[in-house]
Design a protein around this ligand. Structure first.
Ligand SMILES: Nc1nc2c(ncn2[C@@H]2O[C@H](COP(=O)(O)OP(=O)(O)OP(=O)(O)O)[C@@H](O)[C@H]2O)c(=O)[nH]1
Length: 352
């Protein structure tokens, strides 16, 4: 129950789709029964179809975590459904268009929503125009309906667009480091926990590299904080260019970064660490000359916690610093506290 509540709180789109499911169940089901009882089979079946489709979409969203596809599916189903209901019920069915406008703008991105709503609106107006007296009582009524729907759509799309942008900005504020635009510590903590859970459940392999710029204080002290910031931004860019798209880079704080690498063996981790060390040494130019990086690494194994995993990588980093910097040390990987001496390799040793 706690899990369900957390997902509803954290995922806005999921909560909207769930709300739609709830509203359709209690809002449309009575109409379905009523239409079927009064013998209006078509509208009754359309209503029943809407309720069933909504329930399926809600289930799909909860099972897969994907809310875009069920949202698009519902936007199409409801747009067609609203058209059919208005076609059959005439003026009494037209009021559902206002609900459709709001609904579509909540479940799909603004452009897709405008397309679905406008198509449905246009379809009912064309049908009404071709069949005078069936849907609209006059052309004047049809025009008023069309114009008010367009105005309502316009306002809904402005609010939907602003709402979406603000949500994206909030997520960025909560998960990105403002200087380097890589993941922040909060994002790192949650991704490392997910990695640990996946490793335990499915045996997925993960490697971690802890990267720390060498003698970074000198850059700041000699050339100022702004120059230091520039070096940090360039460093993050070089790391992102040197690793796979599936790898995730986080800034732990200061000049220390963590790289999470999925599906990597210890040998793969060594290669990547060597490649990154070399790329940084070659391409990272501070105001006073090249800046290098020291790296500690560890493959996730039998670690009791994320802290234990990170601690092992940190010990390797300290060792790389102690041995003279501009190098990497990868733990031998027994999953517990470091027991033996970890392997230390510079790029030259690797290529021998
Ligand atoms: N420009 C800038 N500097 C930062 C930022 N965060 C931390 N620092 C600086 O990073 C420096 C870290 O210095 P140290 O921890 O002594 O490490 P170091 O000089 O890199 O030495 P080693 O790690 O031993 O190679 C300090 O001068 C901090 O002020 C930041 O966001 N921007």
């Amino acid at each position: 129950m706690h899990n369900i509540w957390m997902r509803l709180k954290d995922d806005f789109q999921l909560s909207i789709i769930t709300l739609v499911g709830f509203c359709s169940l209690i809002g449309i089901t009575p109409y379905t029964v009523f239409r079927l009882l009064e013998g209006n089979l078509v509208v009754g079946l359309v209503d029943a179809f809407l309720v069933c489709s909504t329930m399926l979409a809600v289930l799909y969203a909860w099972r897969t975590g994907n809310t875009l596809r069920p949202g698009q599916f519902l936007a199409v189903v409801y747009s067609i459904g609203t058209f059919l209901v208005a076609m059959k019920l005439g003026v009494n069915g037209l009021f559902w268009f206002y609900t459709l406008i709001l609904f579509n703008f909540f479940v799909v991105p603004p452009l897709q929503s405008a397309l679905a709503t406008f198509s449905s609106l246009l379809a009912i107006c064309i049908y009404g125009y071709l069949n005078p007296g069936v849907v609209f009582e006059s052309h004047y009524q049809m025009t008023s309906f069309f114009v008010t729907c367009l105005i309502a759509s316009f306002f809904a799309s402005v609010f939907a667009y602003r709402g979406r942008r603000q949500r994206v900005q909030l997520v960025e504020l909560a998960t990105l480091d403002p200087l380097t635009r890589v993941g922040n510590r909060r994002a790192m903590d949650s991704e490392l926990e997910i990695a640990l859970a996946e490793h335990r459940r499915y045996g997925t392999r993960y490697g971690m590299l802890v990267l720390d710029l060498d003698l970074f204080k000198e850059v700041n002290d000699s050339h100022g904080h702004k120059a230091g910031d520039r070096v940090l931004i360039d460093f993050a860019r070089i790391i992102k260019q040197s690793c796979r798209q599936s790898d995730r880079l986080f800034r732990m704080g200061g000049e220390e970064f963590v790289l999470l690498l999925p599906k990597l063996s210890r040998e793969g981790l060594e290669k990547t660490a060597g490649h990154i060390r070399m790329s940084v040494a070659e391409h990272l130019k501070g105001p006073g000359g090249p800046v290098t990086v020291s790296i500690g690494g560890c493959v996730l194994d039998q670690h009791a916690s994320v802290d234990a995993w990170m601690h092992e990588a940190d010990l390797c980093l300290y060792e790389a610093k102690d041995e003279g910097r501009d190098r990497f040390v990868i733990s031998p990987g027994n999953g517990s506290e470091k027991k033996g001496e970890p392997m230390t390799q510079t790029e030259n040793e690797l290529s021998l």
